[in-house]
Design a protein around this ligand. Structure first.
Ligand code: ATP
Ligand code: MN
Length: 464
């Protein structure tokens, strides 16, 4: 008999009750007595377990003994309305096949309620828990929502390189990529490492952002987005930073900073709405177990206009608040998470888009304002998260861009290709980067970024 997924058994229950079905999955619990035994079966397609009932007139203890928590099985039997409470339907087992067993002495996921910290140590098995299967389904659905959003609006999916020779993005420390023998480096006459012997003939690293190549795409295709892994060797052990994370970077020709903000706001609301509409079981489960306010928070973000505020106004608000911050505030400082969260959670109580940052604390490519001091940067700040998006209108004027590059001493010798966008048919354009895991954090209500990516990469940790 052809196997059917447990999610579909629940979805099509009215039609399937009274029929034989075959399901396959992993045993979550097994209990019962010598007359009747019950297995709660999960196959990863839904947070819900399907109850399998074994009438012990038809099965032996010996047959059911291997069905311990974590073991895998296939069962065929009649789908019926459940007599017991706690579930609506169940399968009356007729035929059982056991695949792999899981020794109760050594299988680590015995009892419920393991701490998230413990589960990080067994990241290879944690997708089998309710929490992580829910998070991973939400993550997958959000990835789909992102592609849908852009594809439906005529953005092209552009794949930018992961290995790059440009070291000017300034977004954070980079991981070097080399095939040179670290124990026996070829040296130039001056004693420096001789990269002409390296694989690419020059120093290369893993990318910290696809933006610069994204701009090449946008100034040809009109509107593109990237969605791929990004690497930052920042040694910051925070609940919001990973060394390897996924970033979505739309880049659009002919739009200014205001239209860029409209895009960011509409895009975020679409993704959150999509998850609520398509992962409600999982989000409800996570809300119940981790964050009672989760659904309210998601709904409120979808249903409110984001505040748009200049950096200068934000500094004034923070100064006037009289709040004692760990990092003192003054015009010109980079905002810390505590400042961002104060604005969002305490002052405005809704998402905030900050613009007009001092040029000194932002990247060289951001469009300069007429005041000579600020640039058209925008950070989208979210409750519980802080910065979720960073973006800007880009400086399209060749001379202004070059002046800024020289002022900031940016090594541009390998960047001629980027400057060509400003030499040939340059146009106003804008874009932003969304950290995928920060969006997944927000939607799932989890609080540590290590718990929303299957295999987190952080300082001193690259297991699995
Ligand atoms: P932060 O100030 O939080 O370190 P950033 O200003 O360095 O972020 P950007 O360079 O603007 O970040 O990157 C765009 C987006 O990528 C950020 O808004 C954030 O959502 C995400 N992001 C940045 N660094 C990380 C990281 N190490 N791990 C996960 N997501 C990140
Ligand atoms: Mn940023």
């Amino acid at each position: 008999m052809k196997r059917i997924k447990i999610a579909h058994v629940f979805d099509r229950a009215t039609e399937l009750v009274g029929q034989e079905v075959c399901v396959k999955g992993w045993v979550r619990t097994h209990r019962g007595n010598k007359y009747v035994q019950f297995v709660a079966l999960n196959d990863g397609s839904t947070i819900r377990n399907l109850q399998i009932v074994f009438d012990m007139n038809n099965f032996t203890d010996e047959q059911l003994k291997p069905l311990t928590t974590g073991s895998a099985m296939a069962v065929t039997g009649m789908l019926v309305e459940s007599q017991g409470k706690g579930q609506t339907i169940e399968i009356q087992a007729r035929e059982l096949e056991v695949y792999g067993t899981a020794d109760p002495e050594t299988y680590p996921l015995q009892k419920k309620g393991h701490s998230l910290e413990f589960l990080r140590e067994i990241a290879h098995l944690r997708p089998r828990t309710n929490t992580f299967s829910a998070v991973l389904r939400v993550r997958s659905t959000l990835a789909y929502a992102i592609h849908r959003y852009f594809q439906e609006r005529g953005f092209y999916y552009l794949n930018t390189p992961l290995i790059t020779a440009s070291d000017c993005e300034g977004a954070g420390a980079m991981f070097q990529v080399t095939t040179l023998n670290l124990n026996d480096m070829p040296r130039t006459e001056e004693g420096a490492v001789d990269y002409s012997c390296d694989f690419f003939g020059k120093p290369t690293a893993l990318t910290v952002s696809g933006q610069l190549e994204g701009e090449l795409g946008a100034t040809a295709l009109g509107a593109i987005y990237t969605f791929g892994p990004t690497f930052r060797a920042e040694n910051s052990n925070t609940p919001r930073h990973l060394a390897e994370f996924w970033m979505i970077e739309p880049e659009v020709a002919f739009i200014d900073i205001d239209e860029n903000m409209d895009l960011a706001e509409d895009f975020l609301k679409y993704c959150i709405r999509y998850a609520l509409d398509n992962c409600r079981d999982d989000i409800d489960f996570l809300a119940e177990h981790y964050d009672k306010e989760l659904v309210n928070r998601l709904e409120s973000v979808i249903n409110t206009d984001f505040v748009r505020l200049s950096y200068t106004e934000a500094i004034d608000i923070l100064l006037a608040s009289g709040h004692k911050f760990e990092f003192p505030v003054s015009w010109g400082v980079d905002l810390q998470s505590e400042h961002e969260r104060f604005l969002v959670e305490r002052h405005f109580k809704r998402p905030v888009i900050l613009t007009g940052y001092p040029k000194e604390i932002k990247a060289f490519y951001m469009k300069q304002n007429e005041d000579g001091k600020t640039v058209r940067a925008m950070d989208v700040l979210f409750p519980a998260i802080g910065e979720i998006i960073g973006g800007s209108e880009r400086e399209e004027n060749y001379d202004k861009l070059m002046t800024r590059i020289e002022e900031m001493n940016i090594p541009m010798k390998d960047m001629w290709w980027y400057l060509d966008t400003r030499r040939f048919g340059t146009v106003p354009h804008s874009g932003f980067g969304l950290g995928f895991e920060r969006l997944v954090l927000f939607v799932t209500g989890m609080t540590n970024i290590r718990d929303v990516i299957p295999f987190p990469r952080t300082p001193k940790s690259a297991e699995f």
